[in-house]
Structure formats: C-alpha cells, structure tokens
Design a protein around this ligand. Structure first.
Ligand SMILES: Cc1cc2nc3c(=O)[nH]c(=O)nc-3n(C[C@H](O)[C@H](O)[C@H](O)COP(=O)(O)OP(=O)(O)OC[C@H]3O[C@@H](n4cnc5c(N)ncnc54)[C@H](O)[C@@H]3O)c2cc1C
Length: 292
C-alpha cells in the first residue's frame, strides 16, 4: 500500500503512486532527497530567448517578400560548438515571450504562440547543453547539483533585472561584439526589457558558445544574425536537471515498489507529446503492477 500526504496533513492511500509533478516542482525534488529516494543529475540546456521581427524570419525562410498566403515561418537551428550542442528550442512563430519564474528572486522566461500566430514577433529559446562537469561547482548539492546551477543562473538573471520581472536584454550583434546596447528594439515581452551586458553576465561557457554559434549560423542562414534581433535572459527550464531513477521494464523506482516517477519532472520526457506517451506507459505499468 502506498500513501501520499496532501498539504502536510491528509493521507491518501492506494496500491500505487504515479509522480508527475513537472520539472519545476523543486520542493518535490528536495522532499525526495530528504527521504533518500534515489535520483541522479541529468544533462539539460540553458541559454537565452531570441526575438526577431516575424516578417524578417518569413523573408529568410520563404526567400521572398511575397508570402502573404503562407503561415508565419518557423525555424529550427543547431550546431556543435566546442563539442557541445547549441540549438534553437521551442520556436514560437507569431508568438510572445512570457514570464515563467517560480520564485520571487529568480527570473525565467519562456515563449508561446496563440493559435492565430499573429504577433509581430518570432521568438525562440537558444540554448547550450549543460553537462555533468558544468555542475561540479555545486557537487555538494548532489544529486540536485544541476538544479542548483539552474537556480543560480536564474538568480544572476534576476540580479540584472532591477529586481523586477523585466528581462536583461541586448541586441544580438552587440552581444557578439561585447558592447552594451545603447537602445533596444521593440519586444512582445510585456514586463519589458533592460539593457544589460549579457556577454559578461552569462556563465562563460553559455555566453561563449552562443556567440560562436551565432557566427556559425550567420554563415548558414543569412539575415538571422542582425541588430534587429533581441536577446533576452534567461531560458533555463528546457528540461529536467534531475532524473528520478526508474526500472526500464517495470517503470517503478528501483527501491520503492508501487512508485512510478513519470513525465518531464522524472527526467524521462521533454515536451507535450513525449510526456503524454510516458504518462500512458506509466499508467499501463501501474495497472499491470496492481493487477499482478
Ligand atoms: C510557456 C510554455 C510553452 C510550452 N510550449 C510547448 C510546446 O509548444 N510544445 C511542447 O511539446 N512542449 C511545450 N512546453 C513544455 C510542456 O508544457 C511540458 O513538456 C509538459 O507540460 C510536461 O508535462 P508534465 O506532465 O511532465 O508536467 P507539467 O505539465 O508541468 O505538469 C505537472 C503538474 O503537477 C502539478 N504539481 C507540481 N507540484 C505539485 C505538488 N506538490 N502537488 C500537486 N501537484 C503538483 C503542477 O501544478 C502541474 O499541474 C511548454 C512549456 C511552457 C512553460
């Protein structure tokens, strides 16, 4: 019999527990660690969000200024820099950048499109792979060392936001040239932007690899690297920085019978579809366990 205590008081018991709290439920990761429930750090990615005028992306992608019958164009860019993946993530054509922080002294942004995709802007995350070695500085927090690094990144970004949800930002070209932007282009991000030297603020492996990636991409996708594009910090919640251990056959935690870590927060999915599939697999595995 498994039990879950809700709001610190009501206990709900059952034959199995599926844990699907998403990758931002940090309190749950700490709770699991407190109870010595085995987890491990997992590679993830962090970086910035980039916003271009949507017409500029349309012209790049459609190779024409005549595209009025076509949907707002999207893109998917990636390259390897210094052995690391640097890639666009969650591109939102005709979309907006939104605040996504989960604590008062941290700043996180994300992107979305409404169904009409009719904003004047195109935004996308642009992120660098964070590997286990990058998390070494926070090894005292094992297995939550990646989470700690992610949290510190969000605090650094907040520290450069005048203690508000306004995002520190820089023109793309100024970021690469290492110059503070004297003016910033318009943005869809409603809390607004503050000119900041992101080339100095970001952890060096993130900033350096992004700069190099933009130089590489400039050669492949003419027009993408432009002073009209705005870089906003920070994109940090791409996927879970932690994996809750799970047996590949039974989908159960190897040490706790009847406990099924599921979805993005468990570190076995990223995005809506893979999370849905993982949830279905876990539900079937739980049913098999209960009926056995
Ligand atoms: C702005 C934005 C845009 C996105 N756009 C896309 C997209 O276009 N395509 C795509 O594939 N993916 C997108 N994603 C990612 C996608 O939303 C996630 O991959 C997916 O929702 C993960 O599903 P999940 O069930 O694992 O976690 P979640 O959807 O995060 O669900 C976890 C649930 O657990 C609840 N919870 C947390 N802690 C507790 C607790 N202690 N007790 C009870 N309940 C708790 C949360 O409130 C939440 O309802 C986007 C994400 C964001 C934030």
């Amino acid at each position: 019999m498994q039990g879950v205590i809700v709001n610190g008081s009501d206990e709900v018991t059952g034959d199995a527990v599926i844990l699907g709290v998403g990758h931002s439920a940090r309190d749950i990761y700490y709770l699991l660690r407190e109870h010595n429930i085995k987890m491990e750090p997992k590679e993830f990615a962090m970086g910035v969000r980039i916003e271009h005028p949507q017409p500029l992306i349309n012209e790049i992608q459609y190779h024409s200024t005549e595209y009025s019958e076509l949907p707002p164009a999207s893109y998917n860019l990636s390259c390897q820099v210094g052995g690391r993946g640097v890639y666009s993530f969650c591109m939102c054509p005709g979309g907006i950048i939104i605040p996504a922080s989960t604590a008062p002294d941290e700043l996180v942004i994300n992107g979305m499109s409404y169904s009409k995709r009719n904003s004047r802007y195109a935004n996308s995350g642009f992120v660098v792979t964070v590997n286990e070695k990058d998390m070494d500085k926070y090894i005292d927090h094992y297995p939550l060392n990646g989470l700690k690094f992610q949290q510190e990144y969000e605090k650094i970004v907040y520290g450069n936001s005048n203690s508000s949800q306004s995002a520190p930002a820089q023109r793309m070209t100024d970021f690469v040239d290492g110059i503070l932007s004297s003016s910033l282009p318009g943005t869809s991000y409603i809390p607004g932007v503050i000119s900041a030297p992101l080339h100095e603020i970001l952890p060096s492996f993130i900033g350096d690899n992004l700069r190099e990636a933009f130089r590489v991409i400039d050669k492949k996708v003419r027009g993408y690297f432009t002073s009209e594009a705005l870089i906003l910090a920070g994109e940090s919640r791409t996927s879970s920085p932690v994996r809750i251990l799970r047996d590949p056959e039974t989908f159960m935690h190897p040490e706790i019978s009847g406990f099924f870590p599921a979805g993005e927060g468990a570190g076995f999915a990223g995005g809506i579809v893979s999370t849905g599939v993982d949830g279905e697999n876990c539900a079937k595995a739980a049913a098999r366990y209960i009926l056995a």
